[in-house]
Design a protein around this ligand. Structure first.
Ligand code: BG6
Length: 300
């Protein structure tokens, strides 16, 4: 059996013979579902998320580019909205490619890649005016047995250099946040956005979430951040050519304040672990490319 790929009305789905599946909206190239072969969903999507292209999706994996958070007013991205334009632009599905196992390798090596493209020409007039650079993005989503890889390739198609940040705003699904912790962030310096953007050092190697968390961990030396539930490994998130990771959980009050966050106690079922390059800016010269992303392994 071969992987099956369907593209219909702005949604692309891929399923492997192992039962693993992924679903991506062309709006924002947002991954909105990733299930392991066991049927277990690995991503959290709000029940009130807009999936009709009217608003960035509250859940799944929105792509953040070319700025993270509210951009500084004195930077070239200064007129863009929070998290930039990639997550609310209409991308193009460029097609699939699959790697099938030969006679010598096992079925477990099978994977399928879905490519999505976004370039200057596809932007809204508003976004083009706010950030007048020629760029090309290719976002590749690769589904394998028990794993999902998402890579963003950024190319400068223009005649002047530009600066950008990028981040994959993954909302991971957990059973019970009170039994959840992350590992792999010990000894890292982070900016705490809840505590007036002050800098701290992560002393405990295990981070437990017991209230609102909004932290930017910078220049992380260990490549993998793991989500552990009840002492059992749940998800391993490995950075590829990226050094930063944002940890976010809105908790009670912030969840209440978001109209598209449902159910209101959904914060108990999610944790955002967002890999990116958000410390300072990546500068790209004309004709140059940058590629960064993540490989996520599910243990269930
Ligand atoms: C996180 C930021 O990445 O995204 C938070 O660190 C922010 O500060 C969160 O609240 C959600 O952002 P938005 O724009 O999707 O509501």
């Amino acid at each position: 059996p071969q992987p099956t790929v369907r593209s219909d009305k702005g949604r692309v789905t891929a399923t492997l013979p192992t039962g693993d599946s992924v679903e991506v909206l062309t709006y924002g190239a947002t991954v909105i579902s990733w299930k392991s072969g066991s049927g277990q969903e690995n991503l959290w999507v709000s029940e009130a998320a807009k999936l009709d292209g009217s608003k960035p999706v509250r859940g799944g994996i929105p792509v953040v580019f070319p700025c993270f958070g509210p951009p500084p007013k004195d930077h070239a991205t200064g007129k863009l909205p929070q998290h930039g334009f990639a997550r609310n632009s209409q991308w193009e599905f460029l097609g699939k490619s699959s790697s099938e196992s030969g006679a010598s390798s096992s079925k477990a090596d099978d994977s399928v890649t879905l490519d999505f493209g976004l370039s200057t020409a596809q932007l809204s007039e508003e976004a083009k005016k706010a950030w007048p650079f020629d760029f090309g993005l290719v976002y590749s989503v690769t589904l394998g047995k028990g794993r999902l890889q998402t890579m963003l390739n950024v190319r400068n198609e223009g005649k002047t250099s530009f600066e950008f940040q990028m981040l994959l705003h993954s909302y991971f699904r957990v059973e019970d946040i009170s039994r959840t912790e992350t590992r792999g962030l010990g000894s890292v310096t982070y900016v705490d956005k809840v505590l007036n953007a002050t800098e701290h050092q992560q002393t405990d190697p295990n981070v437990r979430i017991t209230g609102e968390v909004d932290r930017v961990y910078k220049s992380i030396k260990i490549d993998t951040t793991s989500i552990v539930e009840g002492g059992q490994p749940r998800l391993d998130i490995t950075r590829d050519n990226l050094e930063d990771t944002v940890l976010w959980n809105p908790w009670i009050e912030k969840a209440k304040g978001m109209g598209d966050f449902e159910p209101k106690d959904g914060y108990k079922k999610m944790l955002c672990v967002e890999v990116g390059a958000v410390e300072g800016w990546q500068k790209l010269e004309p004709g140059d490319t940058f590629e960064g992303g993540q490989i996520v392994k599910s243990h269930v």
